[in-house]
Design a protein around this ligand. Structure first.
Ligand SMILES: O=C(O)CCC(=O)C(=O)O
Length: 441
């Protein structure tokens, strides 16, 4: 089907999404419609075909400054694997932590309750149940040292919510026997004893993150913004036969980097501007099709789908990320991740969402409060209904207030840090460090 024909069927298509899929919130339809219209108009105005989406691979010890990284890759939304250019040039696996971050390290240094997901390969990870188990016990289970684990069911845990990773002492317990139907997904390292993060060296290309500077409130009552409360960096651990996580894009327009510690992952990434072609079902971050990598785990299939006919027009790139390598995913870029068990081992990965200067406009668009129907509040007795997450409010305030400052902050940070990798503790304190430096000048 050509794009101009698709344009004609645009509205009925969206309406049928809404009708057929109970996950589609009607209030999102107008937003999605605008997004798709813009995408298609842009496509139709381009000389066809558009250049293919591509990723770059650079060496981890290349003397590439954060500002060069910004100009060469982040500004142009190019995914990057920072690792080795050849098999003979492997980066040291533990470069980013003082001690080697491997399964033994996490078993010995972070034996706290961890929230894991359990489900089946047929259902997307978002629908998997959330349960708790001690991290050491979980790792022993997926390493094959335990036949089963006893987990605590989230609903039975006092004060728990799907946003929180804390655990309490509930009663309901269950035994789990299938490691491949479990996944430790996005477990905040801040829940481990502090020594774990104190060991961490922030790669220089990401140490200019602005999200970590987001606070609100008055001087003596200052609070960290949501998503700046120790959610990241986070840990992902999968059993050797865990397959894949679903297609999604990351929350509020943030970008992302990961450090692959063990096992191999293959990432399929789409450019942010093709996102509307993937049949999004809400303004953030889910899609009607969750699996674009194919049923039998091969990478070639699923580029077309009867329920999402626009999918075949979306460009994508597949990249393999090996142990020791870092992956950069540009802001707004939808992705699906396939875990490989070529060597029969588990996968361990550290991930971190961030906001760099070049991401700010996308973050503002994603977090801007959007109302279903404009009306001055109360005038006609109707309340304004926002359909942007309430958690985005402080992010929007911060990023719009300082919109014009970020470029200076980024450059100041580059000169304060010498553009080098930064121990995590200093990275967390960098606003203070910048202020100190200004006072000294
Ligand atoms: O590695 C994975 O399984 C998924 C990671 C990911 O897509 C994310 O954190 O956004």
């Amino acid at each position: 089907m050509t794009l101009s024909l698709l344009l004609l069927f645009l509205l009925p298509l969206l309406l049928s999404f809404a009708h057929e899929n109970p996950n589609v919130e009607l209030s999102n339809i107008a937003y999605l419609h605008d997004d798709l219209l813009t995408t298609l108009q842009h496509r139709l105005s381009q000389p066809s075909p558009l250049p293919p989406y591509h990723a770059e691979r650079i060496s981890y010890d290349e003397r590439l400054t954060p500002l060069e990284f910004r100009d060469r890759y982040a500004k142009r939304s190019i995914p990057v694997v920072i690792g080795s250019r050849s098999d003979n040039d492997q980066p040291p696996q533990h470069f980013w932590s003082k001690t080697q971050w491997n399964s033994t390290y996490f078993k010995n240094n972070c034996d706290v309750p961890a929230r894991i997901r359990i489900g089946t390969q047929e259902t997307p990870l978002w629908e998997w149940e959330l349960v708790y188990v001690k991290l050491r016990t979980y790792i022993e289970f997926i390493e094959g040292q335990r036949e089963f684990i006893t987990v605590q069911v989230e609903s039975s845990i006092e004060g728990s919510s799907s946003e929180s990773s804390s655990s309490g002492s509930g009663e309901e317990q269950r035994e789990i026997y299938q490691p491949d139907n479990t996944y430790l997904f996005d477990f905040p390292l801040s829940l481990c004893p502090a020594a774990v993060l104190d060991d961490f060296l922030m790669p220089r290309w990401f140490a200019n993150d602005l999200l970590t500077l987001c606070y609100f409130g008055e001087e003596d009552d200052v609070t960290r913004c949501p998503y700046n409360q120790g959610e990241w960096p986070s840990l992902f651990i999968g059993a050797p036969s865990f397959q894949k996580s679903p297609l999604h894009r990351d929350t509020f327009g943030s970008s992302f980097f990961s450090i692959q510690l063990a096992g191999t992952k293959t990432w399929r990434m789409y450019p942010a501007e093709d996102s509307a072609l993937l049949c999004p079902i809400n303004a953030c971050c889910k899609y009607l099709i969750t699996d674009v990598l194919g049923r039998d785990n091969n990478l070639s299939s699923s580029s077309s789908s009867p329920v999402c006919p626009l999918l075949e027009h979306a460009r994508y790139v597949d990249v393999v990320v090996n142990p020791g390598e870092i992956l950069y995913v540009p802001s707004g870029s939808p992705h699906q991740v396939l875990s490989s068990d070529l060597e029969g081992g588990m996968t361990i990965m550290i991930g971190m969402n961030l906001v760099q200067e070049v991401d700010v406009e996308k973050v503002l668009e994603a977090t801007r409060p959007k109302v279903l129907r404009e009306s001055s509040n109360g005038e006609d007795g109707e309340e304004q209904r926002f359909y942007t997450s309430a958690k985005y409010t402080q992010l929007y305030r911060f990023f719009s207030k300082h919109r014009d400052d970020f470029s200076t902050w980024t450059e100041e940070w580059e000169s304060a840090s010498g553009g080098d990798h930064v121990p995590f503790r200093e990275f967390e304190r960098r606003l203070k460090l910048l202020q100190q430096r200004k006072e000294e000048l």
